[in-house]
Design a protein. Structure first.
Length: 227
């Protein structure tokens, strides 16, 4: 499903999927034929990121409606996690200045840092469940950041794309204790943890990690361990 091009990760979908996206191009809720996550320079200054994504898509021959994200992270450092039929690809860049969601008004823009997540779900989620699942991603990300000692809940440019079948039996829930939502939360949590480690070590370029390390969630017993 995923293609790796210089500076770009592409999901050229074999069949259109229902998406909910906060991306600058193709954001919102609707059927999408492709998704992408592209690296931009740390001094990126374009004021039309949606147009930029469309240009990248055209250069790659992507057709039909799609959605795209941009990041200053080298997308070769994507971390891939799977759980319960959910697959998540996350690029993590905290930069020097993470931000609190409920912090005071900012008088300046923090240094570049972005956490982008593209997640494919195995079943159709109801529209409301997709909205709930976006919140689940944010909660899992914030949990990973807190456990890693990061003083913030994310960055000002974090984005998410969730993709699921457009048809089939509808799953009504996407929260962190639902079947799909819990698997989604675990994949994002693990991926962000690993991404933080790559950024801190400065050794991530070119590394793609899939279920890289055993993870026990706080409060879980020995019977709740994921590869």
């Amino acid at each position: 499903m995923i293609e790796r091009h210089p500076g770009v990760l592409v999901w050229r979908l074999p069949e259109p999927l229902l998406a909910i996206s906060s991306g600058p191009h193709g954001g919102g809720l609707g059927v999408r034929h492709w998704a992408l996550n592209a690296t931009v320079p740390k001094d990126y200054a374009r004021t039309d990121p949606g147009v930029h994504v469309a240009e990248i898509a055209a250069d790659l021959g992507l057709r039909g409606p799609g959605t795209g994200l941009l990041t200053a992270v080298d997308v070769r450092d994507v971390v891939v996690e799977t759980d319960g039929g959910v697959r998540s690809w996350v690029t993590t860049g905290i930069g020097a200045h993470p931000t609190w969601a409920a912090g005071p008004p900012a008088e300046w823009l923090p240094e570049v840092g972005t956490i982008n997540a593209v997640c494919v779900l195995p079943v159709r989620l109801a529209d409301a469940a997709l909205v709930n699942a976006v919140a689940t991603v944010a909660e899992a990300k914030a949990q990973a950041l807190g456990e890693a000692g990061v003083p913030g809940t994310g960055t000002v440019t974090d984005a998410v794309v969730l993709l699921c079948p457009a048809d089939g039996p509808v799953e009504p829930y996407g929260g962190p204790r639902s079947v799909i939502g819990s698997a989604l939360a675990r994949t994002v949590h693990r991926a962000v943890h690993t991404g933080i480690s790559l950024e801190r070590a400065g050794t991530g370029t070119g590394v793609v990690t899939s279920n890289a390390r055993p993870t026990t969630m706080p409060g879980d017993g020995d019977d709740r361990r994921w590869p």
